[in-house]
Structures are given as C-alpha cells and as structure tokens.
Design a protein around this ligand. Structure first.
Ligand code: NAD
Length: 350
C-alpha cells in the first residue's frame, strides 16, 4: 500500500506503524505537521474492515487536526492515532500500555487524547508509559485547575459562543430570548449547549436516539421532543447538529430551512460542495472545526498549563474567529468552510 502516493497523503511528516506481538496491538500514528508545535490528536479505536481504511482515517484526521489547532491559534500541530480493533471486546491494559510505549518513543512530537472507542481509562493506561497524553483523569484526580480530563464543557461553551455570533451576523440579533433552535444529539456537548441556550431564553426542539436524553431535556428545560428526520425540516432559526457527521447531505438539504447552522458535530458536510449550496441559499453555516475547537483548546491548556480563566478567554476567541470567517465569506462571496480553510492555511504558514 503506497503512502507517499496515497490520495489522503498531504506532506505528512511521519507515519508510524505500531505492532506489539504480546498484546496484539496493531496501530498507526500519523504526525501531519509540527510547524506550530507538537502534534496533538485523539487515539481512535475502531474495528476497521481492512488496513487501508485505517490508513485513510489516520491520514485524513491528522491533517484535520493541523488545521483545527492552527485556526484556534494554538501552539500545536496535527496528529492522530488509530488502533485497529473492536473497542467492545479487544481492549486490554497491556494493549494500551504498549500503545503508550509507542507514543513515548516519539518523544513528545505526538500527544495523544481520547477519541471514539477510547476514554479516560485508556488514557490513564497509556499514561503509565508516557507523559504525552491528555484527558487521563477527572478534574479532581488531576488536582483541579484546568486539568479537566473532559473537554466537552469547553466544547459546548465554544459552540454556544459561535452560535451567538452566527445569529448576530445572519439574524442581526444579540438577544436569544425566543430564538428557536433545533438540536440533534443531546450527549455531553448537546445537552450542555441546550442548558446554556435555555438559560438565555431560547426555545428548543430536540432529538436524540436515546429516549432518556430527550426526556431529560423536556423535563428540565421545557424542550419540545421531535422524532427522527423531523428535526431537519423544522421552521426554526438555528439547526444545531451535535450528534454525528455528514448530516448536511443531498437528502437533508431538501429539508433544512434554518437560516443558521451551528453545532458541535465533526465533518458536518457530506461533501465539500454542500457548503456552496448552503452559502447560495443564504444559510450561514459555522464551519465545524472552527466552532467545536473548545475541546482542543481545553486539552492544550491541560498539556501546556494555564488557568481556567485563560482557557475561558481562549474559547471565547472562537466568536472572533467566526466573525472574521463570516465577514470574509461575505466580502469574497465564498462559502464559510472554504474561508476557514484559507484562514487556517494562512495561520499555519504565517
Ligand atoms: P456524545 O456521544 O456524548 O453524544 C452524542 C449524542 O448523539 C448521544 O446522546 C447519541 O445518542 C446521539 N445520537 C447519535 N446518533 C444520533 C442520531 N442519528 N440522531 C440523534 N441523536 C443521535 O458525543 P459528544 O461528546 O456530545 O459529541 C457530539 C459531537 O460533537 C460528535 O460529533 C463529536 O465528534 C463532536 N465533538 C465533540 C467534542 C467534545 O469535546 N466532546 C469536541 C469536538 C467535536
């Protein structure tokens, strides 16, 4: 399998294939770019059908991290790790310790974090072998301060700030009272966002495949429950995708009516050209990797040190980044994701 000629290869600095016979570990670490600092990015565990899929994922996701950190103004580069295995049955302490050894062998060029299929437990197991890990404990276990171990509150704060900025730009209002927002996904980020919006006076319509999450939002926040696909076509001011990727696609574009889309989910556009469709119809879309950067900002301070106030101020900067993206999109008449890519590229090469 060629790497240098791979369609997802984009001048990656280093791609390391990791194998440990004793624990059965098969993993790949990709360091995309360390120009702005060490490469930080999650370690995903996934039952990839074949090695090719794992390579695709690690190359694509590590590049995305370079852009995300650059756009967020962090002293970090982009990297990612993937472990080939089923997180429901293949996890062992020995496997994550072996992974920790490989991370350590990079001497801090790559810093790992939790991702799909991994969490605090696995980060703590890797942390037995390497210092280059974030999110390996709770705020209390880590001694308070900024070391939270859970980046989702910071992500939710950034999404809230970004959503407010999009509403200000597109709907010309700074008061959220009575604003109608549809939220898809009420997990760690979505529910926290719902709480902030509700406290600011917004009206909520919500959907989650887990009934208990919907019930909680209805009971605690007075949200309206919506079933399945109905969440897309509501006559609301904002659609906030906080569940999974590719939710802006050929089918949902027929349904979506909200003038603003602002949510936490990664990779919201199924294809890049869907960004043009939104732009042409006057829907202001907050690019996902700009608005959901609160989590990476939080873990960056966890690794490098800093006060909770510094984290908060940096997360609040997401509003200013989005303001620049929106204004430039208007000036250049180009969709917001293209503008975010340009801005990240400029910061990377400044
Ligand atoms: P989570 O797993 O806690 O929550 C996701 C929620 O979405 C769950 O409640 C789940 O039941 C629900 N869901 C799944 N499929 C759904 C569907 N088809 N329709 C409606 N609901 C559905 O995840 P999270 O940490 O809240 O993250 C939410 C999104 O934000 C993800 O896409 C994640 O990649 C992205 N993100 C999260 C962070 C973070 O700090 N947690 C940072 C950046 C990006």
């Amino acid at each position: 399998m060629p790497i240098f000629a791979h369609p997802e290869f984009d001048q990656h600095e280093q791609v390391m294939f990791c194998h440990d016979k004793a624990s059965g570990l098969n993993a790949i670490i990709a360091v995309h770019n360390t120009r702005l600092g060490p490469a930080l990015g999650g370690c995903r565990m996934w039952p990839y059908a074949d090695e090719q899929q794992a390579v695709n994922d690690v190359l694509r996701l590590s590049r995305g991290m370079t852009y995300k950190s650059a756009l967020a103004g962090l002293p970090l580069g982009g990297g990612k790790a993937v472990i080939i295995g089923d997180p429901r049955k293949d996890k062992t302490e020995a496997l994550f310790q072996a992974m920790g050894d490989f991370v350590e062998s990079l001497g801090g060029r790559y810093i790992t974090a939790a991702d799909s299929g991994t969490g605090v437990t696995e980060m703590a197991q890797m942390g037995q072998r390497t210092r280059h890990v974030v999110g390996a404990g709770t705020r209390e276990q880590l001694g308070g301060g900024t070391r939270s171990g859970d980046p989702s509150p910071a992500t939710a704060l950034g999404v809230y700030i970004g959503l407010c900025e999009a509403v200000r730009q597109r709907l010309e209002r700074s008061d959220l009272s009575g604003l109608r927002v549809a939220i898809q996904g009420l997990g760690q980020v979505g529910f926290n966002l719902a709480q902030q919006l509700s406290a600011a006076g917004a009206q909520l319509w919500v959907h989650d495949i887990q009934e208990a999450n919907v019930r909680r939002a209805v009971d605690e926040l007075g949200a309206h429950a919506v079933s399945g696909q109905d969440i897309y076509g509501l006559d609301v001011d904002v659609f906030s995708p906080c569940a999974m990727g590719a939710v802006i696609n050929d089918e949902t574009l027929q349904l979506l009516r909200a003038p603003v889309i602002a949510g936490a989910a990664n990779n919201q556009l199924a294809r890049p050209e869907h960004g043009d469709v939104l732009w042409r119809r006057g829907c202001l879309h907050a690019p996902d990797y700009a608005i959901n950067a609160g989590g990476i900002i939080d873990v960056s301070y966890e690794y490098n040190g800093g006060t909770p106030e510094q984290v908060r101020q940096h997360v609040e900067g997401i509003g200013e980044t989005l303001r620049q993206i929106f204004e430039r999109a208007k000036a250049e008449d180009r969709n917001t994701t293209l503008i975010a890519d340009s801005l990240a590229h400029e910061r990377l090469n400044a």
